[in-house]
Ligand binder design. Sequence first.
Ligand code: ADP
Length: 455
Amino acid sequence: MISDFLFNKNIIPTLFFIIVLLIIIIILLTIFNMKVRNSERVLKESEELFRTAINSLPDIICFKDAEGCWLEANEAMLSLYNTDILIIGKKDKELGLLLPHFKEEFKACEETDKFVWQRGQTTMVEESFRQPNGEIRSFDVAKVPLYHADGRKKGLVVLGREITERKKAEEIKRQAEESNRLLKELKHYDKIKTEFFANLSHELRTPLNLILGTIQLLQLMREKNALQISTDKLDTYLSTLRQNCYRLIRLVNNLIDITKIDAGYLELQKHSCNVVNIIEDITLSVKDYIEAKGLHIIFDTDTEEKIICCDPDKLERIVLNLLSNAIKFTDAPGSIEVAIMDKDDWVKISIKDTGIGIPQSKRKAIFERFVQVDKSFTRSREGSGIGLSLVKSFVEMHGGRIHINDEYTLGSEFIIELPAGSCSSDDVILIKDIVSDTHDNKVEVISIEFSDIYS
Ligand code: ADP
């Protein structure tokens, strides 16, 4: 049988064909194997090349999978954490627990990753890493989300460029600018203070000269034995002495109040008061004085009663101060108007005049201490430049605000807004000194507040 088979004429070509086929298959397999090996080698080489390349970069690079697991990171990135712990293969949350010093950093990183996936596009973020030595290293980071063709998440590429030096330079620049600003502010206040002291000497010298002049006059008369002066003249001399003493008292009072406000121990004696009564009373008590200056005074209100929690003495001083300025800066025949408007939760008080007005550029500054529109010693009106800053402090201590109405162009209009309502249990309510309500006391308060207005 076998011999039949072997000597069958047809089998030899078949066998030959099978052997050739086998040889071809073996050759193909060897070639394929070589190619696979070659590809593996090329792949390995390119992987090494890639790793060498990313490791030689100063920028930080890392790859994460769709679940946030670290797949690869370059040396610059790993050196940030300076740890022996294997970072690759772990998620930020896990790493935060393993490296507690960087817990906050990993948390922030996780949050920005989440944000990038929500946006679905390359996003620039700033990330900072607090190093164990306290140094903060900052990076401008680009986070690139990658997707499969069917839209599934593939992974996240994180690329970051260090900006620590730039940030340090920016910080130094910011500090330099801040110091510059403070220096300028300091110089500005120094200039204002110098001007104030020059002004203060003038403020002290003027009434003192007038007092001394009057005393010298009386002394001269006495020496010449000519003291038979008329009662009118004597009244004029006494009035000069009184007014200038009041002016000195006003200056000292204002300086004391400023010091108290700065030191934080000026307390308001608050009561639940009808603001309409207080302002109407004080306006009426200076009516004659204002009219004697050739000015017209109007008082207007849209309500008869509005209860506010205030210190009546301070409220009077606010109004008297503004009225004194209105008189000082308004020539006869002008007019001054005091108005009260009920604004439900607020009460609005307006004091306006038809005087010289305040230049737009000075409107904010005049509420600053020692600022005057005309600072020259040859100015026609007296003043120290403290009044409005005190008024502003008093208004703010009442929870209110003060500003100049820009729309009013016939002179100046000061608007005060104060919160309405009775005093609450939180307000420090002190028993008011009854003496301050007496007529004589009010006259004295007015005389003091108006003392730098000379006829
Ligand atoms: P002073 O004691 O110099 O009056 P204030 O602080 O009360 O100080 O006022 C500051 C400056 O504001 C004044 O010197 C004046 O230039 C300006 N001013 C205040 N009120 C008026 C007003 N009603 N009309 C014009 N100018 C005013």
